[in-house]
Design a protein. Sequence first.
Length: 165
Amino acid sequence: MTGISDANWIDDLVGTFSDPIIVYPNGWEDTIPQKLKEAVTIERLIENTKLSRGESPTATDAECCIYLYTACMAQPLSHEWAQIYFYLGTREMERDGSFTMPADIRVTSLSRDEERYLADLRQWIYDRRLKGREERRHREKAEQRRQPSQNEQIEVAAAPQMRLF
């Protein structure tokens, strides 16, 4: 590894499988295509290789596509965001060669501004993933503090009751 600690690398690797998928909050989360959900884990694994090269990972194509999928269910996308969504959709749907995007919505390249918007979205989603990971850790620690350990439970059960009256 160059320039990163083993703990960070392991944390991101575990996050590959356990981090939440960030969606636009509107109730359409249940309709995300299974193919996209499955692609998230695979693409996150590939994205984690950036860490070994000293680069910063960002959100994947599948994660961005899912976010825009749920966002467009809530409100119409601007032309730029629609182009980005079609670009990501084209890449995701044609990835394994089993599907060809219809020509009228097939987008294979983005303008410079659209590339910048997509880069910003990738970073924003990745930052939300890290925040979700941290919040989950805090919840788990708080839950552990609330539940006494097995040794403490035994001690409490064996202790005589104190007479209050």
